[in-house]
Design a protein around this ligand. Structure first.
Ligand code: 0GY
Length: 305
């Protein structure tokens, strides 16, 4: 059955520009999603939003258009714990994608093995009330224990204000932790201030990786006001740049295509890729962010540094 996107929801840009920076060979888009299509892979009944369909062929076309080699397809909350759309995309990518699933504590070992065979390497927990009724710490710990033998990790999506209450829980998980979107700092604040310092200390002390993308979600200044100006979302740059400078071996970057839940503007994906040059200004930092780090986490069998 065709689905109708949530009111006010903007649809992904079908004609993004091409980046002007050259991506290093083997670059990985480490955070993107597939949505449906809803008539093939229905959205979860418990979802808090209904997206515009964005299927695997469109995801692969974006990869090729932007110049990425590989992708990490992250289960979006609108599909709940039904991982079929994500797993189908990962399988269809023939080794050029890995997946992050959402599972419940009652998931069986056989189900996890099947996801692993498809190319899944982690599980995600979102804690934003507008997206989900969040798992409890005990539920997350149970899932982490179940996936640890597979060598998977846990991806968490939370907001800066939630971090103090979550730090101990996350630190105790028996697997690496990847934090989405730098835990959504308030970018009107100070990148050298206490809130972001606390986040960086947490990253420093534990086996924590950080996704430094999604400026369009965090920015207050927004996209460029002037046509042709490709330096966008400048208020996010000092935050992401600091994480890249201090934790260059544990940072990841992704487009976040097809950009769910945006209502004020839809980013140009080519411009988002150009944004990377401001976070990781030299070629070495950029290669670690886009190639070495995601390869180490998602394709360790290929023996990247
Ligand atoms: C993102 C961000 C969002 C949504 C989801 O799974 C999701 O629904 O992650 C958001 O609305 O901030 O990373 O895609």
């Amino acid at each position: 059955m065709p689905t109708t996107p949530s009111p006010g929801w903007l649809t992904w840009d079908p004609t993004p520009s091409r980046p002007t920076i050259a991506l290093p060979p083997g670059a990985v888009d480490a955070h993107c999603h597939v949505f449906g299509p809803g008539d093939v892979f229905p959205y979860a009944p418990e979802r808090k939003y209904t997206p515009t369909d964005a299927g695997r062929e469109q995801l692969f076309a974006l990869r090729d258009h932007l110049g990425f080699d590989r992708q990490v397809v992250v289960q979006a909350t609108c599909h709940g714990a039904d991982n079929r759309a994500m797993a189908d995309a990962v399988r269809a990518a023939s080794g050029r994608a890995r997946g992050i699933a959402t599972v419940r504590p009652d998931v069986t070992a056989a189900e996890l093995r099947e996801l692993d065979d498809a190319g899944v390497r982690g599980v995600r927990f979102a804690f934003l009330k507008r997206l989900v009724d969040a798992a409890t710490p005990d539920e997350m710990a149970a899932v982490a224990a179940a996936v640890a033998p597979l060598g998977w990790h846990v991806v968490v999506y939370l907001e800066a204000a939630d971090l103090p209450g979550m730090e101990d829980v996350l630190a105790r998980l028996p697997v690496p932790v990847v934090v989405d979107h730098m835990a959504r700092p308030d970018v009107t604040g100070d990148p050298d201030g206490p809130e972001f310092a606390r986040f960086l200390r947490f990253v420093e002390r534990h086996d924590v990786w950080v996704k430094v993308g999604c400026p369009e979600r965090l920015s207050v200044t927004g996209p460029p006001a002037v046509d042709g100006e490709r330096h966008a979302y400048t208020d996010v740059v000092p935050f992401a740049r600091r994480v890249v400078a201090e934790h260059g071996d544990r940072v990841l970057w992704g487009t976040d295509w097809p950009h769910p839940n945006l209502t004020d503007h839809m980013p140009d994906d080519g411009l988002l890729v150009d944004h990377v040059a401001h976070l990781a200004p030299d070629a070495d930092a950029r290669r670690r962010l886009l190639v070495d780090n995601p390869m180490r986490l998602y394709w360790p069998e290929e023996g990247s540094s």
